[in-house]
Design a protein around this ligand. Structure first.
Ligand SMILES: Cc1ncc(C[n+]2csc(CCOP(=O)(O)OP(=O)(O)O)c2C)c(N)n1
Ligand SMILES: [Mg+2]
Length: 824
């Protein structure tokens, strides 16, 4: 809580009532004839019908393919998903009508219609030169080359072919598809038209879109953001977290004048009244009318409204009005756009959950026929014109289909070759100092003038004085200071950089890494979030997808579970799911605890290491922490930055001269030999480095063994060369980390070392991790985490018997088998 806000006990305790304003439900009441010549020309209205026809033809084609294995007698076996939106065309077309390419939509598994509607709207608005440039530049014209061969008509016609083919080729997993076939039906997107990632995780866009809107708001970019998510997604935690994040008071109350105002965001619930088979309204939720929910979220009630999505003109009207609200800085908005899907959840759906009569009742008012009838009635066109629109839509779809199913025209990416597409796109591996050049970094103080930097200037950069005497920790730069130095410096180099999480501002970050940042940075670059770990990471993903850089903080490692989807499905996957189009410059800071028991002390680095697409570092020294933070913040890949609470005040002991004051990089992926030796190698991750060094002391002093200690520093990527070199000499290796031993990253490393250095080894690589238990209370933690005696025990039993040594705790093979059989 900022000190500027006084919580008055008298005010807080006064008696009164909260009053809600009425929430509009289907208030649009104009007829097409009334709107003709006022808001729409004949052409405009025909275009609405045309776009609905194209979507319907596209989805009907996919339905045929999935159900019958062919379309217009051309066979194709599409094994992947196809969640169709037949019935929902008007909701998509109405929404896209007023959107420009700066307005970005994020969607769901059922977004083919939204992609086509938004694309068609963009094609309508862009001039031919811009369209051509977009098509030529997109993946070096790969998609364009396929469609331009037999192009007829104008550039706009070509662009429509491009759109339909690009989306379809993506759905069929072809390399010329919009995302090189790596996204597929549920994830396809095309940013040049303002079509941003669609998400197969229900509600996935619920927080990502908030980050996208945050990017626009913080960096003053044009346009609005729309999250198109299903009615059933309202049961998803991340959607609620996204809504809470987006409605935070601080945007309108605390941010500086230039940035004050609500996020330019519409949560558009595409309300087709069903999840797969469950019904949110009347069964799985209790809101009655979805739009009701806006009332509780903020005093503006999120400008919530139910809109009749079966009338495209009602949707156009709503978007036009809501866009004005967003442009005036009074967002976000909640829309409950009702619609209905005639198609099943997927084509294999047996519709066991709904009555035929219900489907028929909605089909009777299918916007494709009702809107067409109104067009004819208002003399906009004849039924023949409508039929022609339908035929032309089907012809366009057939043309794209023929190309997309043909492997000679539309090959798939060869993922078996070395250096294949996915090898190249799992990480972007680029170095970008600033995500936006030429813009001033907004700060409150000149560089180095914040109180923390001033204090650090008076501390020793090394653990030792000039004579080599160890200094008290309070007189030295520690790991938390080193991390701070890299971070504060980057705030003066990258204007898009923002940092947020729980208790980041004023408090200084839960473990004081950010102390001093509050004084240096305005609110919009450093702020507190709700206790919404999912949204903290999810918004960071959205912010990065739009072109910004974020440091997100999760406080305790154990809280990562709350952000599981955002870390493991979103942050990690979008670079490669985009075919390499997108970058993900996000650093997630995670602090590994101790002392606070089972739910605050676990090291989850191994869980993260299992997920492809995340870089993972775990520095144990100030020098490495600062250098790795620089590398993370200069890169464009997602980095999970583990920090150990045990060693935040640890000064630099290994690098002569201590931590450099300026900028330098420690390469991600390179382990570091912290001490040389010739009889035994020890590979450590994180804070176990220091316990391993204590063990080494005993091994050297009592057993005459010379040990080499290698600090992994990174877990993903990881270069084995130095470790193998060491093992070649010592022929033995112990691996130590605080993560629970079973399935840990160390086990993977041990197996790799055994495989790669089998001939050089005199004993198997042995892992000492934490026990496969909950973390017990601090007073008995030494029975859980690996301590020097556990390391000596393991060496004695499994690597090299130590003369005269007797183990502190049993760990022989029989004991390991016993524990494993018990699952502990
Ligand atoms: C997190 C998650 N849970 C479950 C699913 C499986 N699933 C896919 S779509 C769906 C129903 C979604 O309903 P809604 O959000 O209303 O979208 P609609 O399908 O109606 O467009 C379910 C349960 C999923 N993809 N993601
Ligand atoms: Mg639904």
């Amino acid at each position: 809580m900022p000190k500027s806000q006084f919580i008055c006990p008298v005010e807080s305790r006064k008696s009164s009532q909260i009053r809600f304003d009425p929430i509009p439900i289907n208030q649009y009441n104009k007829t097409l004839a009334e709107e003709l010549g006022v808001r729409y020309s004949k052409q405009d209205l025909l275009r609405i019908q045309r776009d609905m026809e194209i979507i319907c033809a596209f989805e009907s084609m996919l339905n045929e393919v999935k159900l019958r294995g062919h379309y217009r007698s051309i066979e194709y076996n599409h094994k992947g998903p196809a969640h169709l939106s037949i019935g929902q065309e008007s909701a998509a077309v109405g929404q896209a009508y007023h959107l420009g390419i700066d307005d970005h939509i994020y969607g769901s598994h059922r977004s083919h219609g939204e992609i086509l509607a938004k694309g068609l709207s963009a094609i309508e608005k862009l001039d031919e030169k811009s369209l051509m440039a977009i098509m030529k530049n997109y993946f070096d014209g790969d998609c364009l080359r396929v469609v331009e061969k037999d192009a007829e008509g104008s550039t706009k016609d070509l662009a429509m072919d491009f759109l339909i083919y690009g989306a379809l080729a993506e759905i069929f997993g072809r390399e010329a598809g919009f995302n090189k076939g790596m996204g597929g039906s549920m994830h396809a997107f095309f940013p040049p038209f303002g079509i941003y990632p669609n998400n197969a995780i229900v509600g996935g866009s619920g927080d990502i879109s908030v980050g996208a809107a945050l990017f626009k708001h913080v960096n003053k970019k044009k346009g609005i953001v729309i999250a198109n998510i299903g009615d059933a997604s309202l049961g998803c935690g991340p959607v609620w977290e996204g809504i809470c994040f987006a409605t935070m008071d601080q945007f309108k109350m605390l941010w500086d004048e230039a940035h004050r105002g609500g996020l330019p965001l519409i949560f558009n619930f595409v309300n087709n009244f069903y999840g797969m088979g469950g019904q949110p309204q009347g069964e799985t939720m209790g809101f009655g009318v979805l739009a009701r929910l806006g009332a509780g979220l903020n005093p503006q009630q999120m400008h919530a409204e139910r809109v009749d999505g079966f009338n495209p003109l009602a949707v156009v009207d709503a978007i036009e009005r809501k866009k004005k609200i967003l442009e005036a800085g009074d967002g976000p908005v909640l829309l409950d756009t009702i619609t209905y899907r005639f198609s099943g959840h997927s084509p294999s759906d047996a519709s066991s959950y709904r009555d035929k009569s219900e489907v028929e009742a909605w089909q009777k008012i299918d916007p494709l026929t009702t809107f067409a009838a109104e067009l004819v009635k208002a003399n906009v066109c004849t039924q023949m014109d409508i039929d022609a629109l339908r035929e032309s839509a089907e012809a366009m779809v057939l043309k794209a289909y023929k190309k997309a199913v043909d492997l000679a025209i539309s090959p798939r990416a060869d993922l078996k070759k070395v250096n294949c597409l996915l090898e190249k796109t799992m990480f972007s591996n680029t170095k970008v100092e600033s995500m936006e050049n030429g813009r001033k970094c907004e700060t409150l103080l000149p560089r180095g003038e914040d109180p923390r930097s001033k204090k650090l200037a008076g501390l020793s950069r090394s653990a030792f004085d000039e004579k080599g005497t160890r200094l008290p920790k309070s007189k030295c730069i520690g790991i938390r200071d080193a991390i701070f130095e890299a971070i504060v410096d980057r705030f003066y180099a990258d204007p898009t950089l923002v940092a947020y999480g729980e208790e980041n501002r004023d408090w200084g970050g839960a473990f004081a890494v950010y102390r001093g940042l509050t004084e240096a940075l305005p609110y919009h670059r450093l702020f507190n979030t709700p206790i919404s770990e999912g949204a903290i990471v999810g918004t960071a993903v959205g912010y990065a997808l739009e072109g910004g850089r974020v440091i997100a903080e999760l406080m305790y490692c154990d809280f990562m579970g709350r952000a599981g989807d955002e870390l493991f499905n979103q942050l990690s996957k979008w670079q490669s799911m985009s075919g390499g189009l997108l970058k993900m410059p996000v650093v997630v800071r995670v602090s590994v605890g101790s002392k606070y028991g089972a739910q605050h002390s676990q090291d989850w680095s191994s869980i993260c290491a299992h997920i492809p697409g995340l870089k993972i570092v775990f520095p144990a020294t100030p020098y490495d922490a600062k250098g790795l933070m620089y590398s993370a913040l200069l890169g464009t890949d997602p980095v999970i930055f583990f920090e150990s609470q045990r060693i935040y005040d640890q000064p630099e002991e290994f690098v002569k001269g201590g931590v450099p004051a300026g900028m330098y990089e420690v390469p991600i992926g390179e382990p570091d030999v912290k001490k040389t030796g010739k009889d035994l190698s020890i590979l450590t991750i994180g804070a176990t480095l220091y316990r391993a060094l204590d063990a080494v002391k005993a091994l050297e002093e009592k057993h005459g063994l010379s040990c080499e200690v290698i600090d992994a520093r990174s877990i993903v990527p990881f270069n084995y060369e130095k470790v193998l070199e060491s093992v070649k000499q010592t022929r033995k290796i112990l691996l130590v980390s605080d993560a629970c031993e079973r399935g840990s990253a160390l086990q993977t490393m041990a197996a790799k070392i055994a495989q790669l250095a089998f001939d050089e080894l005199d004993a198997p690589p042995v892992v000492v991790g934490a026990r496969n238990w909950i973390t017990p209370a601090d007073e008995v933690e030494d029975a859980f985490f690996p301590y020097p005696s556990d390391m000596l025990d393991a060496i004695h039993e499994h690597i090299l018997p130590l003369k005269g040594y007797s183990v502190a705790r049993p760990c022989d093979s029989a004991e390991l088998i016993r524990r494993s059989a018990m699952g502990i």
